[in-house]
Design a protein around this ligand. Structure first.
Ligand SMILES: [Zn+2]
Length: 493
């Protein structure tokens, strides 16, 4: 019998609104004095009244629109009752049965394959304060700056098929909230927190067995590791005792790569959810919700599809471009330059446009991507204008510069911001296809390598490649490799 994992995620996202969820305290992060951004409302004093943060609600709806969620027409806040020192009111204002966003989905690319991950809901709630347990101390410190800050909770459907897909989903979600500018979503800073739910079932079955919830995992890698560990642990447990009968909660220890058991999970009823009496329920008009959806920028999945259709790039190339808005913009600008090239002046035909676009795509991914990602450059740091880049593509396409000379020309273009025609002339890198000068160099190489020439005569292709390399090295990459190959074949006969 083969088992398969059933994985779902619950993700908390700290929204970066100016003020907290239900009061006007500053919603500040990081290194500020503990308990400096607090007031009677977020401290839960009796008699205070919460006032919902309009921006936090709209951002939650925007996030919902980006995840293709049904935006609720009717919604409300509820009280989730439990006692803990970091929750001074004795309840958390959250949402129970009428969240701002209903079901949706996110399409992601994993190893060149598209996966659609269902979203169950997105609700909005207030965060609790932050507890610190100093090592060796018999007391706990509480910082209420975080109390009452807005958190959007995204719950996925249990249809993530593997730990690797779970990791990519989280990474894509992080990019999405950053694109929407609703959160910085830094996992290390707790701005994006993840609980992972996992159970096993027989492959092909649709049955759901009680799940294990791994709480508060704080890096993408740990999410993958925790899930991998759980698959092993649960598989062993299944072999001994069959599917799990009870839901359980565990924590992940990154130092051992293992999960350990926590308290048993409270059932929903234990929280005694009931409608928040201090905040009237919401009704949104279709016009209002349509306006929210209209604010959406082009989303990664839409952009991936558009780039594929518009420019005929592969799914994997499209994914690389979507990952780097700088390169995607550069590609689009370069293609627009290629489209504006003067056919006659440049001596190109309409049928050359397709191959030129293809060359531009490959060149950007091979050379510029290196510059941008390794050199960590911003758009403003790129000195090679798309117009100059388009010109270079044409020069390569027309064989006026050899592929081997591309890297030094690009480096010079980046250094000086100059156009390729001049740089190629200055560096003396015009491709040499003139037989006489190449022939001389080939003859030198043949004289210097008699054993290799013997192998070429015996029909060894790799030996021929070696000689081509020698000739190209001799003329510093200026010779056209196919020309060299052709001449070499003749001269070694
Ligand atoms: Zn406050």
């Amino acid at each position: 019998m083969e088992l398969e994992p059933v994985i779902g995620l619950e993700i908390h996202i700290q929204l970066k609104t100016k003020s907290k969820m239900f009061c006007s305290c500053s919603n500040i992060f990081g290194d500020v004095k503990p308990n400096s951004a607090i007031c009677p409302i977020c401290l839960g004093y009796p008699g205070t009244l919460p006032v919902p943060n309009e921006m936090a609600i709209q951002w939650t709806q925007l996030l919902g629109a980006a995840l293709n969620c049904q935006l609720a027409v009717k919604s409300k806040f509820d009280r989730k009752s439990y006692f803990y020192p970091d929750l001074p009111k004795g309840y958390q204002i959250s949402q129970y049965d009428q969240p701002f966003c209903g079901t949706g989905e996110l399409k992601i690319m994993v190893d060149g394959e598209e996966h659609t991950i269902g979203i169950e809901r997105i609700h909005l709630e207030e965060d609790a304060a932050k507890n610190t347990h100093p090592v060796g101390a018999n007391y706990t410190l509480i910082d209420y700056n975080r109390a009452g800050t807005p958190l959007a909770e995204i719950v996925t459907k249990p249809d993530i098929p593997s730990p690797a897909v779970a990791k990519v989903f989280l990474q894509e979600l992080q990019k999405l909230v950053r694109l929407l500018q609703v959160s910085d979503a830094d996992m290390e800073k707790g701005q994006l927190r993840c609980d992972a739910n996992i159970s096993l079932r027989e492959r092909g079955s649709t049955k759901l067995h009680p799940k294990t919830e791994v709480k508060n995992i704080n890096s993408f890698r740990f999410v993958e590791q925790a899930l991998q560990y759980e698959i092993k642990r649960q598989t062993k447990e299944w072999a001994q005792a069959g599917p799990s009968q009870i839901q359980s909660t565990r924590g992940f220890d990154s130092s051992t790569g293992q999960t350990t058991a926590h308290r048993t999970k409270e059932a929903a009823a234990d929280y005694r959810y009931f409608p928040e009496p201090d905040i009237p329920p919401f009704t949104f008009t279709p016009q209002f919700l349509a306006k929210i959806t209209k604010q959406l920028p082009e989303l990664p999945s839409t952009k991936r599809l558009r780039l594929q259709q518009q420019y005929n790039v592969s799914a994997q190339q499209a994914a690389l471009f979507v990952d780097s808005p700088i390169l995607a913009n550069y590609l689009e600008n370069t293609i627009s330059e290629i489209e504006q090239l003067d056919n006659e002046q440049r001596d190109i035909a309409l049928s050359d446009r397709g191959p030129l676009v293809k060359d531009a795509t490959n060149m950007i991914l091979r050379h510029l991507r290196q510059l941008v990602t390794i050199g960590n450059l911003s758009a403003a740091d790129i000195n090679i204008s798309p117009a100059n880049f388009a010109e270079l593509i044409v020069l390569i396409y027309q064989g006026k510069i050899s592929k081997n000379a591309v890297a030094p020309v690009l480096a010079e273009m980046q250094r000086t911001g100059g156009d390729p025609d001049h740089i190629i002339a200055n560096l003396g890198l015009e491709q040499v296809s003139d037989d006489a000068s190449i022939t001389k160099q080939i003859e030198d190489v043949i004289l210097a390598n008699p054993e290799v020439v013997a192998k070429v005569k015996a029909g060894k292709d790799s030996a021929l490649q070696f000689l081509v390399g020698q000739v190209i090295q001799k003329n510093k990459g200026k010779a056209n490799p196919s020309k060299v190959m052709e001449l070499l074949k003749e001269l070694t006969k």
